[in-house]
Ligand binder design. Sequence first.
Ligand SMILES: Cc1cc2nc3c(=O)[nH]c(=O)nc-3n(C[C@H](O)[C@H](O)[C@H](O)COP(=O)(O)OP(=O)(O)OC[C@H]3O[C@@H](n4cnc5c(N)ncnc54)[C@H](O)[C@@H]3O)c2cc1C
Length: 471
Amino acid sequence: MTSMLDAVVVGAGPNGLTAAVELARRGFSVSVFEAKETVGGGARTEELTLPGFRHDPCSAVHPLGIGSPVFRTMPLAEYGLDWLHPELPMAHPFDDGTAAVLSRSVAETAASFGPRDAGAYRRLVAPFLGKWDSFAADFMSLPLTALPRDPLTLARFGLVGLPPSTWLMRRFRDDRARALFAGLVAHVIAPLGGFATGAVGLVFALAAHANGWPMPRGGSQSISDALAAYLRALGGTVHTGYEVKRLDDLPPARAYVFDTSPTALARIAGLGRAYDGYRYGASVFKIDYALDGPVPWTAEEPRRAGTVQIGPSSREIGTALRRASGGQPPDTPFLITAQPSLVDPSRAPEGKHVFWAYGHVPNGWQGDFTTSMERQIERFAPGFRDRVLARATAGPRELAERNPNYIGGDIACGAASGLQLLLRSKLSLSPYTTSHPAVFLCSSATPPGPGVHGMSGHNAAKEVWRRLRQV
Ligand SMILES: Cc1cc2nc3c(=O)[nH]c(=O)nc-3n(C[C@H](O)[C@H](O)[C@H](O)COP(=O)(O)OP(=O)(O)OC[C@H]3O[C@@H](n4cnc5c(N)ncnc54)[C@H](O)[C@@H]3O)c2cc1C
Protein backbone atom coordinates (compact mmCIF):
# COMPACT_ATOMS: atom_id res chain seq x y z
CA MET A 1 0.00 0.00 0.00
CA THR A 2 1.29 3.47 -0.83
CA SER A 3 1.69 5.73 2.15
CA MET A 4 -0.26 9.00 2.28
CA LEU A 5 1.59 11.95 0.78
CA ASP A 6 1.57 15.30 2.53
CA ALA A 7 0.80 17.20 -0.67
CA VAL A 8 0.03 16.61 -4.32
CA VAL A 9 0.43 19.48 -6.78
CA VAL A 10 -1.54 19.48 -10.03
CA GLY A 11 0.38 21.32 -12.77
CA ALA A 12 4.11 21.98 -13.15
CA GLY A 13 4.02 25.65 -14.13
CA PRO A 14 6.23 28.08 -12.21
CA ASN A 15 3.63 28.43 -9.44
CA GLY A 16 2.99 24.70 -9.07
CA LEU A 17 6.73 23.93 -8.97
CA THR A 18 7.34 26.75 -6.48
CA ALA A 19 4.54 25.52 -4.21
CA ALA A 20 6.03 22.01 -4.36
CA VAL A 21 9.56 23.28 -3.56
CA GLU A 22 8.31 25.41 -0.69
CA LEU A 23 6.57 22.40 0.88
CA ALA A 24 9.42 19.94 0.20
CA ARG A 25 12.04 22.21 1.76
CA ARG A 26 9.91 22.28 4.94
CA GLY A 27 10.07 18.52 5.17
CA PHE A 28 6.72 17.58 3.60
CA SER A 29 6.44 14.75 1.05
CA VAL A 30 5.31 16.16 -2.31
CA SER A 31 4.46 14.85 -5.79
CA VAL A 32 3.68 16.96 -8.85
CA PHE A 33 1.42 15.75 -11.68
CA GLU A 34 1.71 17.55 -15.03
CA ALA A 35 -0.51 16.97 -18.07
CA LYS A 36 2.19 17.70 -20.68
CA GLU A 37 5.25 15.58 -21.38
CA THR A 38 7.56 18.34 -20.09
CA VAL A 39 7.44 20.64 -17.07
CA GLY A 40 7.14 24.41 -17.31
CA GLY A 41 3.62 25.56 -18.22
CA GLY A 42 4.13 29.16 -19.32
CA ALA A 43 7.91 28.87 -18.92
CA ARG A 44 9.04 26.49 -21.69
CA THR A 45 11.42 26.49 -24.64
CA GLU A 46 10.88 24.53 -27.86
CA GLU A 47 12.13 24.29 -31.44
CA LEU A 48 8.88 25.60 -32.88
CA THR A 49 10.14 26.57 -36.33
CA LEU A 50 13.42 25.22 -37.71
CA PRO A 51 16.15 23.01 -36.20
CA GLY A 52 18.46 24.97 -33.91
CA PHE A 53 15.98 27.83 -33.30
CA ARG A 54 14.96 27.65 -29.63
CA HIS A 55 11.75 29.60 -29.04
CA ASP A 56 9.77 30.45 -25.91
CA PRO A 57 6.14 29.69 -26.81
CA CYS A 58 4.97 31.66 -23.75
CA SER A 59 7.04 33.83 -21.40
CA ALA A 60 10.42 35.15 -22.54
CA VAL A 61 11.38 38.15 -20.40
CA HIS A 62 11.60 38.04 -16.62
CA PRO A 63 11.62 41.29 -14.65
CA LEU A 64 9.43 39.61 -12.03
CA GLY A 65 11.44 36.37 -12.11
CA ILE A 66 14.81 37.91 -11.30
CA GLY A 67 13.14 40.13 -8.69
CA SER A 68 10.98 37.37 -7.19
CA PRO A 69 11.22 37.28 -3.39
CA VAL A 70 10.76 33.50 -3.39
CA PHE A 71 13.11 32.59 -6.29
CA ARG A 72 15.80 34.56 -4.47
CA THR A 73 15.64 32.18 -1.52
CA MET A 74 16.34 29.19 -3.80
CA PRO A 75 19.75 28.03 -5.12
CA LEU A 76 18.45 28.03 -8.72
CA ALA A 77 21.83 29.07 -10.18
CA GLU A 78 23.22 25.73 -8.95
CA TYR A 79 20.57 24.05 -11.10
CA GLY A 80 21.48 25.93 -14.25
CA LEU A 81 19.53 29.21 -14.08
CA ASP A 82 21.70 32.02 -15.45
CA TRP A 83 20.11 35.43 -16.07
CA LEU A 84 21.39 37.27 -19.17
CA HIS A 85 20.94 41.03 -19.41
CA PRO A 86 20.45 42.90 -22.68
CA GLU A 87 22.16 46.28 -22.83
CA LEU A 88 18.73 47.93 -22.49
CA PRO A 89 15.77 46.24 -20.74
CA MET A 90 13.25 47.82 -23.12
CA ALA A 91 12.89 50.28 -26.00
CA HIS A 92 9.77 51.91 -27.39
CA PRO A 93 10.27 53.34 -30.90
CA PHE A 94 8.26 56.16 -32.49
CA ASP A 95 7.40 57.11 -36.07
CA ASP A 96 10.05 59.85 -36.16
CA GLY A 97 12.84 57.26 -35.91
CA THR A 98 13.62 57.95 -32.24
CA ALA A 99 12.82 55.79 -29.21
CA ALA A 100 12.07 56.13 -25.51
CA VAL A 101 13.82 53.57 -23.34
CA LEU A 102 13.47 51.83 -20.03
CA SER A 103 17.07 51.52 -18.91
CA ARG A 104 18.62 50.19 -15.71
CA SER A 105 19.60 53.84 -15.20
CA VAL A 106 16.86 56.25 -14.11
CA ALA A 107 18.77 59.16 -15.67
CA GLU A 108 18.98 57.50 -19.10
CA THR A 109 15.29 56.56 -18.96
CA ALA A 110 14.23 60.07 -17.92
CA ALA A 111 16.40 61.67 -20.63
CA SER A 112 14.74 59.54 -23.32
CA PHE A 113 11.35 61.07 -22.43
CA GLY A 114 12.60 64.56 -23.32
CA PRO A 115 13.32 67.61 -21.16
CA ARG A 116 9.67 68.37 -20.32
CA ASP A 117 9.10 65.00 -18.61
CA ALA A 118 12.50 63.95 -17.27
CA GLY A 119 11.91 65.57 -13.87
CA ALA A 120 8.39 64.13 -13.54
CA TYR A 121 9.74 60.63 -14.14
CA ARG A 122 12.54 61.05 -11.61
CA ARG A 123 10.05 62.26 -9.00
CA LEU A 124 7.69 59.36 -9.75
CA VAL A 125 10.25 56.62 -9.12
CA ALA A 126 12.46 58.29 -6.48
CA PRO A 127 10.51 57.16 -3.36
CA PHE A 128 10.88 53.51 -4.38
CA LEU A 129 14.49 53.29 -5.53
CA GLY A 130 16.75 50.94 -3.58
CA LYS A 131 13.76 49.37 -1.83
CA TRP A 132 12.82 46.57 -4.25
CA ASP A 133 13.46 43.64 -1.91
CA SER A 134 11.12 44.70 0.90
CA PHE A 135 8.68 46.42 -1.45
CA ALA A 136 8.31 43.39 -3.79
CA ALA A 137 7.89 41.03 -0.85
CA ASP A 138 5.16 43.32 0.49
CA PHE A 139 3.06 43.91 -2.61
CA MET A 140 3.46 40.34 -3.86
CA SER A 141 2.15 39.03 -0.53
CA LEU A 142 -1.10 40.98 -0.69
CA PRO A 143 -3.78 40.43 0.51
CA LEU A 144 -1.86 40.13 3.76
CA THR A 145 -0.32 36.69 3.70
CA ALA A 146 2.57 38.39 5.50
CA LEU A 147 2.82 41.57 7.56
CA PRO A 148 4.29 44.41 5.47
CA ARG A 149 8.00 44.99 6.09
CA ASP A 150 7.89 48.54 4.85
CA PRO A 151 4.29 49.73 5.28
CA LEU A 152 5.15 53.33 4.44
CA THR A 153 6.52 52.48 0.99
CA LEU A 154 3.60 50.13 0.38
CA ALA A 155 1.12 52.87 1.29
CA ARG A 156 2.93 55.31 -0.99
CA PHE A 157 2.80 52.77 -3.79
CA GLY A 158 -0.94 52.38 -3.17
CA LEU A 159 -1.51 56.12 -3.45
CA VAL A 160 0.23 56.29 -6.83
CA GLY A 161 -0.80 52.87 -8.11
CA LEU A 162 -4.40 52.27 -7.08
CA PRO A 163 -5.94 54.93 -9.34
CA PRO A 164 -6.16 54.21 -13.08
CA SER A 165 -2.90 54.46 -15.02
CA THR A 166 -4.41 57.34 -16.99
CA TRP A 167 -4.11 59.44 -13.80
CA LEU A 168 -0.47 58.54 -13.40
CA MET A 169 0.19 59.38 -17.06
CA ARG A 170 -1.17 62.89 -16.51
CA ARG A 171 2.09 63.66 -14.73
CA PHE A 172 3.73 63.63 -18.17
CA ARG A 173 3.35 66.47 -20.66
CA ASP A 174 4.47 64.64 -23.79
CA ASP A 175 3.35 61.38 -25.29
CA ARG A 176 6.76 59.65 -25.26
CA ALA A 177 6.58 58.82 -21.56
CA ARG A 178 2.82 58.24 -21.72
CA ALA A 179 3.12 55.75 -24.60
CA LEU A 180 5.91 53.83 -22.88
CA PHE A 181 3.85 53.68 -19.68
CA ALA A 182 0.68 52.64 -21.51
CA GLY A 183 2.73 49.82 -23.04
CA LEU A 184 3.89 48.68 -19.61
CA VAL A 185 0.30 48.46 -18.37
CA ALA A 186 -0.57 46.42 -21.47
CA HIS A 187 1.80 43.65 -20.29
CA VAL A 188 -1.06 42.36 -18.12
CA ILE A 189 -3.73 43.19 -20.78
CA ALA A 190 -5.41 45.66 -18.46
CA PRO A 191 -7.51 48.50 -19.93
CA LEU A 192 -5.61 51.73 -19.16
CA GLY A 193 -8.49 53.33 -17.25
CA GLY A 194 -8.87 50.36 -14.89
CA PHE A 195 -8.52 50.31 -11.11
CA ALA A 196 -4.89 49.86 -9.93
CA THR A 197 -3.45 49.85 -13.44
CA GLY A 198 -1.01 52.60 -12.41
CA ALA A 199 0.56 50.00 -10.11
CA VAL A 200 1.18 47.64 -13.02
CA GLY A 201 3.14 50.20 -15.05
CA LEU A 202 5.07 51.39 -12.03
CA VAL A 203 6.09 47.86 -10.97
CA PHE A 204 7.56 47.06 -14.40
CA ALA A 205 9.47 50.35 -14.44
CA LEU A 206 10.80 49.87 -10.90
CA ALA A 207 11.77 46.28 -11.73
CA ALA A 208 13.96 47.55 -14.58
CA HIS A 209 15.79 49.96 -12.29
CA ALA A 210 16.18 47.39 -9.50
CA ASN A 211 17.18 44.22 -11.36
CA GLY A 212 16.74 44.65 -15.13
CA TRP A 213 14.53 42.66 -17.51
CA PRO A 214 16.66 39.57 -18.15
CA MET A 215 16.20 36.33 -20.06
CA PRO A 216 17.49 33.00 -18.84
CA ARG A 217 20.37 31.42 -20.79
CA GLY A 218 18.84 28.72 -22.98
CA GLY A 219 15.31 30.14 -22.68
CA SER A 220 12.50 30.19 -20.13
CA GLN A 221 12.59 26.39 -19.85
CA SER A 222 15.73 26.87 -17.72
CA ILE A 223 13.63 28.42 -14.94
CA SER A 224 11.26 25.44 -14.88
CA ASP A 225 14.07 22.89 -15.20
CA ALA A 226 15.96 24.51 -12.32
CA LEU A 227 12.83 24.49 -10.11
CA ALA A 228 12.12 20.84 -10.97
CA ALA A 229 15.75 19.79 -10.37
CA TYR A 230 15.80 21.56 -7.01
CA LEU A 231 12.49 19.89 -6.10
CA ARG A 232 13.92 16.44 -6.92
CA ALA A 233 17.03 17.20 -4.86
CA LEU A 234 14.71 17.95 -1.94
CA GLY A 235 13.06 14.53 -2.36
CA GLY A 236 9.96 15.63 -4.33
CA THR A 237 8.80 13.73 -7.41
CA VAL A 238 7.43 14.96 -10.74
CA HIS A 239 5.17 12.90 -13.02
CA THR A 240 4.63 14.20 -16.55
CA GLY A 241 2.12 13.13 -19.20
CA TYR A 242 -0.52 12.81 -16.46
CA GLU A 243 -3.63 14.88 -16.92
CA VAL A 244 -5.73 15.06 -13.76
CA LYS A 245 -9.47 14.94 -14.43
CA ARG A 246 -10.79 14.01 -10.98
CA LEU A 247 -9.40 14.04 -7.45
CA ASP A 248 -9.62 10.23 -7.56
CA ASP A 249 -6.93 10.23 -10.30
CA LEU A 250 -4.44 11.30 -7.62
CA PRO A 251 -2.73 9.33 -4.87
CA PRO A 252 -4.10 9.94 -1.38
CA ALA A 253 -2.71 13.14 0.12
CA ARG A 254 -3.35 15.47 3.04
CA ALA A 255 -3.46 18.49 0.69
CA TYR A 256 -4.14 19.00 -3.03
CA VAL A 257 -2.69 22.14 -4.57
CA PHE A 258 -3.93 23.23 -8.01
CA ASP A 259 -1.81 25.19 -10.48
CA THR A 260 -4.88 25.37 -12.74
CA SER A 261 -7.67 27.76 -13.67
CA PRO A 262 -10.42 28.18 -11.04
CA THR A 263 -12.82 26.65 -13.58
CA ALA A 264 -10.77 23.45 -13.86
CA LEU A 265 -10.26 23.35 -10.09
CA ALA A 266 -14.03 23.51 -9.50
CA ARG A 267 -14.61 20.74 -12.04
CA ILE A 268 -11.83 18.42 -10.85
CA ALA A 269 -12.35 18.88 -7.11
CA GLY A 270 -16.16 18.96 -7.35
CA LEU A 271 -16.52 22.47 -5.92
CA GLY A 272 -19.72 23.15 -7.83
CA ARG A 273 -20.29 26.75 -8.88
CA ALA A 274 -17.72 28.28 -6.51
CA TYR A 275 -15.97 30.23 -9.26
CA ASP A 276 -18.87 30.98 -11.60
CA GLY A 277 -18.30 34.72 -11.16
CA TYR A 278 -14.65 34.53 -12.21
CA ARG A 279 -14.11 36.35 -15.51
CA TYR A 280 -11.60 35.51 -18.27
CA GLY A 281 -10.12 38.30 -20.36
CA ALA A 282 -8.68 39.11 -23.76
CA SER A 283 -6.21 36.81 -25.47
CA VAL A 284 -3.15 37.30 -27.63
CA PHE A 285 -1.96 36.26 -31.07
CA LYS A 286 1.59 35.01 -30.71
CA ILE A 287 4.19 34.67 -33.48
CA ASP A 288 7.59 33.03 -33.06
CA TYR A 289 9.99 33.90 -35.87
CA ALA A 290 13.17 32.33 -37.15
CA LEU A 291 15.13 35.22 -38.73
CA ASP A 292 18.06 35.40 -41.10
CA GLY A 293 19.56 38.29 -39.12
CA PRO A 294 18.62 40.78 -36.40
CA VAL A 295 15.44 42.87 -36.75
CA PRO A 296 16.37 45.94 -38.87
CA TRP A 297 14.95 48.58 -36.48
CA THR A 298 15.10 52.16 -37.77
CA ALA A 299 15.87 53.57 -34.34
CA GLU A 300 19.16 52.61 -32.75
CA GLU A 301 17.94 51.78 -29.21
CA PRO A 302 15.70 48.80 -30.08
CA ARG A 303 18.72 47.12 -31.68
CA ARG A 304 20.22 46.67 -28.21
CA ALA A 305 17.04 46.12 -26.17
CA GLY A 306 15.74 42.75 -24.94
CA THR A 307 12.11 43.85 -25.21
CA VAL A 308 10.64 46.26 -27.76
CA GLN A 309 7.12 47.69 -27.35
CA ILE A 310 5.42 48.68 -30.62
CA GLY A 311 2.68 51.25 -30.14
CA PRO A 312 3.21 54.72 -31.59
CA SER A 313 1.03 56.63 -29.10
CA SER A 314 -0.71 56.15 -25.77
CA ARG A 315 -4.02 56.72 -27.57
CA GLU A 316 -3.39 53.91 -30.09
CA ILE A 317 -2.30 51.56 -27.31
CA GLY A 318 -5.41 52.42 -25.29
CA THR A 319 -7.65 51.81 -28.29
CA ALA A 320 -5.99 48.46 -29.06
CA LEU A 321 -6.49 47.28 -25.47
CA ARG A 322 -10.08 48.50 -25.32
CA ARG A 323 -10.98 46.79 -28.56
CA ALA A 324 -9.37 43.46 -27.64
CA SER A 325 -11.07 43.50 -24.22
CA GLY A 326 -14.35 44.58 -25.83
CA GLY A 327 -14.44 41.73 -28.36
CA GLN A 328 -12.99 43.27 -31.54
CA PRO A 329 -9.49 42.76 -32.98
CA PRO A 330 -7.65 46.11 -33.03
CA ASP A 331 -7.04 47.76 -36.44
CA THR A 332 -3.61 48.83 -35.23
CA PRO A 333 -2.31 46.25 -32.81
CA PHE A 334 -0.10 47.04 -29.85
CA LEU A 335 2.80 44.58 -29.86
CA ILE A 336 5.22 43.33 -27.27
CA THR A 337 8.28 41.81 -28.87
CA ALA A 338 11.43 40.16 -27.50
CA GLN A 339 14.86 39.46 -28.97
CA PRO A 340 16.43 36.70 -26.85
CA SER A 341 19.22 35.77 -29.26
CA LEU A 342 20.71 39.29 -29.01
CA VAL A 343 22.07 38.21 -25.61
CA ASP A 344 22.02 34.44 -26.00
CA PRO A 345 23.61 33.04 -29.18
CA SER A 346 22.70 29.50 -28.04
CA ARG A 347 19.12 30.25 -29.10
CA ALA A 348 19.75 30.19 -32.88
CA PRO A 349 22.33 28.99 -35.43
CA GLU A 350 25.28 31.34 -35.94
CA GLY A 351 24.25 34.75 -37.28
CA LYS A 352 20.57 33.84 -37.15
CA HIS A 353 17.97 34.98 -34.59
CA VAL A 354 14.77 34.04 -32.81
CA PHE A 355 12.19 36.81 -32.45
CA TRP A 356 9.05 36.69 -30.25
CA ALA A 357 5.98 38.91 -30.73
CA TYR A 358 2.39 39.08 -29.65
CA GLY A 359 -0.57 41.41 -30.04
CA HIS A 360 -3.86 41.48 -28.13
CA VAL A 361 -7.00 39.95 -29.63
CA PRO A 362 -10.41 39.09 -28.14
CA ASN A 363 -10.93 35.98 -26.04
CA GLY A 364 -11.62 33.01 -28.34
CA TRP A 365 -10.94 35.05 -31.54
CA GLN A 366 -10.37 32.82 -34.56
CA GLY A 367 -8.82 35.14 -37.14
CA ASP A 368 -5.25 35.46 -38.40
CA PHE A 369 -3.40 38.50 -37.07
CA THR A 370 -0.13 37.87 -38.92
CA THR A 371 -0.56 40.55 -41.61
CA SER A 372 -1.65 43.28 -39.15
CA MET A 373 1.22 42.46 -36.82
CA GLU A 374 3.85 42.41 -39.55
CA ARG A 375 2.59 45.70 -40.98
CA GLN A 376 3.27 47.26 -37.55
CA ILE A 377 6.72 45.68 -37.25
CA GLU A 378 7.62 46.89 -40.77
CA ARG A 379 6.56 50.41 -39.74
CA PHE A 380 9.47 50.51 -37.26
CA ALA A 381 11.78 48.00 -38.95
CA PRO A 382 11.44 48.24 -42.74
CA GLY A 383 12.76 45.10 -44.43
CA PHE A 384 11.74 42.88 -41.49
CA ARG A 385 9.69 40.51 -43.66
CA ASP A 386 12.67 39.78 -45.88
CA ARG A 387 14.53 38.38 -42.88
CA VAL A 388 11.81 35.84 -41.98
CA LEU A 389 12.94 32.24 -42.53
CA ALA A 390 9.97 30.65 -40.77
CA ARG A 391 7.15 31.57 -38.40
CA ALA A 392 5.01 29.63 -35.92
CA THR A 393 1.70 31.30 -35.10
CA ALA A 394 -0.69 30.64 -32.22
CA GLY A 395 -4.05 32.36 -31.72
CA PRO A 396 -6.42 31.93 -28.77
CA ARG A 397 -7.44 28.43 -29.75
CA GLU A 398 -3.89 27.09 -30.13
CA LEU A 399 -2.83 28.78 -26.87
CA ALA A 400 -5.74 27.15 -25.03
CA GLU A 401 -4.82 23.78 -26.57
CA ARG A 402 -1.23 24.19 -25.40
CA ASN A 403 -2.20 24.99 -21.85
CA PRO A 404 -5.65 24.42 -20.31
CA ASN A 405 -5.05 27.36 -17.93
CA TYR A 406 -5.44 29.77 -20.87
CA ILE A 407 -9.22 29.67 -21.13
CA GLY A 408 -10.23 31.13 -24.49
CA GLY A 409 -6.54 31.99 -24.89
CA ASP A 410 -6.47 34.31 -21.84
CA ILE A 411 -2.77 34.08 -20.95
CA ALA A 412 -3.36 35.85 -17.61
CA CYS A 413 -5.69 33.03 -16.41
CA GLY A 414 -8.39 35.60 -15.62
CA ALA A 415 -9.21 39.15 -16.69
CA ALA A 416 -6.87 41.69 -15.10
CA SER A 417 -9.60 44.27 -14.86
CA GLY A 418 -11.75 45.75 -12.12
CA LEU A 419 -11.13 44.40 -8.63
CA GLN A 420 -10.06 41.12 -10.22
CA LEU A 421 -6.67 42.66 -11.01
CA LEU A 422 -5.81 42.53 -7.31
CA LEU A 423 -8.42 40.34 -5.68
CA ARG A 424 -8.32 37.05 -7.60
CA SER A 425 -9.85 34.39 -7.69
CA LYS A 426 -12.56 35.55 -5.28
CA LEU A 427 -13.13 38.47 -2.93
CA SER A 428 -11.38 37.01 0.06
CA LEU A 429 -8.42 37.56 2.35
CA SER A 430 -7.51 33.97 1.65
CA PRO A 431 -7.79 33.45 -2.11
CA TYR A 432 -5.64 30.30 -1.97
CA THR A 433 -8.04 28.23 0.14
CA THR A 434 -11.31 26.72 -1.09
CA SER A 435 -14.52 25.37 0.42
CA HIS A 436 -12.78 21.95 0.57
CA PRO A 437 -10.35 21.99 3.52
CA ALA A 438 -7.72 19.89 1.72
CA VAL A 439 -7.90 21.70 -1.66
CA PHE A 440 -5.88 24.83 -2.51
CA LEU A 441 -5.37 27.05 -5.58
CA CYS A 442 -1.85 28.32 -6.42
CA SER A 443 -1.98 29.43 -10.08
CA SER A 444 -1.73 32.94 -11.51
CA ALA A 445 -5.49 33.19 -10.97
CA THR A 446 -4.46 34.12 -7.41
CA PRO A 447 -2.44 37.17 -6.24
CA PRO A 448 -0.09 38.58 -7.26
CA GLY A 449 -1.38 37.39 -10.65
CA PRO A 450 0.25 36.70 -14.02
CA GLY A 451 3.99 36.44 -14.55
CA VAL A 452 6.76 33.98 -13.86
CA HIS A 453 7.57 34.81 -10.24
CA GLY A 454 6.28 31.82 -8.29
CA MET A 455 4.75 34.09 -5.64
CA SER A 456 1.22 32.65 -6.01
CA GLY A 457 2.82 29.26 -5.41
CA HIS A 458 4.70 30.56 -2.39
CA ASN A 459 1.65 32.27 -0.87
CA ALA A 460 -0.54 29.20 -1.42
CA ALA A 461 2.15 26.88 0.03
CA LYS A 462 2.19 29.00 3.16
CA GLU A 463 -1.53 28.33 3.67
CA VAL A 464 -0.89 24.63 3.04
CA TRP A 465 1.97 24.25 5.52
CA ARG A 466 0.02 26.12 8.17
CA ARG A 467 -2.92 23.75 7.64
CA LEU A 468 -0.68 20.65 7.61
CA ARG A 469 0.99 21.67 10.84
CA GLN A 470 -2.39 22.18 12.54
CA VAL A 471 -3.79 18.72 11.89
C1 LIG B 1 2.41 34.12 -25.02
C2 LIG B 1 2.73 34.38 -23.57
C3 LIG B 1 3.70 35.29 -23.22
C4 LIG B 1 4.02 35.54 -21.89
N1 LIG B 1 5.07 36.37 -21.59
C5 LIG B 1 5.50 36.48 -20.32
C6 LIG B 1 6.74 37.11 -20.03
O1 LIG B 1 7.48 37.51 -20.92
N2 LIG B 1 7.11 37.22 -18.71
C7 LIG B 1 6.35 36.70 -17.70
O2 LIG B 1 6.74 36.82 -16.52
N3 LIG B 1 5.18 36.05 -17.96
C8 LIG B 1 4.75 35.92 -19.24
N4 LIG B 1 3.62 35.19 -19.53
C9 LIG B 1 2.77 34.75 -18.41
C10 LIG B 1 3.33 33.53 -17.66
O3 LIG B 1 3.73 32.54 -18.57
C11 LIG B 1 2.25 32.98 -16.72
O4 LIG B 1 1.69 34.02 -15.94
C12 LIG B 1 2.82 31.91 -15.80
O5 LIG B 1 3.37 30.84 -16.54
C13 LIG B 1 1.75 31.40 -14.85
O6 LIG B 1 2.28 30.35 -14.09
P1 LIG B 1 1.36 29.24 -13.44
O7 LIG B 1 2.27 28.28 -12.75
O8 LIG B 1 0.30 29.90 -12.65
O9 LIG B 1 0.60 28.52 -14.65
P2 LIG B 1 1.12 27.86 -15.99
O10 LIG B 1 2.49 28.32 -16.28
O11 LIG B 1 0.07 28.08 -16.99
O12 LIG B 1 1.21 26.31 -15.65
C14 LIG B 1 0.10 25.51 -15.40
C15 LIG B 1 0.49 24.05 -15.64
O13 LIG B 1 -0.55 23.20 -15.18
C16 LIG B 1 -0.75 22.18 -16.11
N5 LIG B 1 -2.12 21.69 -15.94
C17 LIG B 1 -3.26 22.40 -16.08
N6 LIG B 1 -4.33 21.61 -15.87
C18 LIG B 1 -3.85 20.39 -15.55
C19 LIG B 1 -4.46 19.15 -15.21
N7 LIG B 1 -5.80 19.01 -15.14
N8 LIG B 1 -3.68 18.07 -14.94
C20 LIG B 1 -2.32 18.18 -14.98
N9 LIG B 1 -1.69 19.34 -15.32
C21 LIG B 1 -2.45 20.42 -15.59
C22 LIG B 1 -0.51 22.85 -17.44
O14 LIG B 1 -0.22 21.90 -18.46
C23 LIG B 1 0.69 23.74 -17.11
O15 LIG B 1 1.91 23.07 -17.29
C24 LIG B 1 3.30 34.89 -20.85
C25 LIG B 1 2.32 33.95 -21.20
C26 LIG B 1 2.06 33.67 -22.54
C27 LIG B 1 1.09 32.60 -22.88
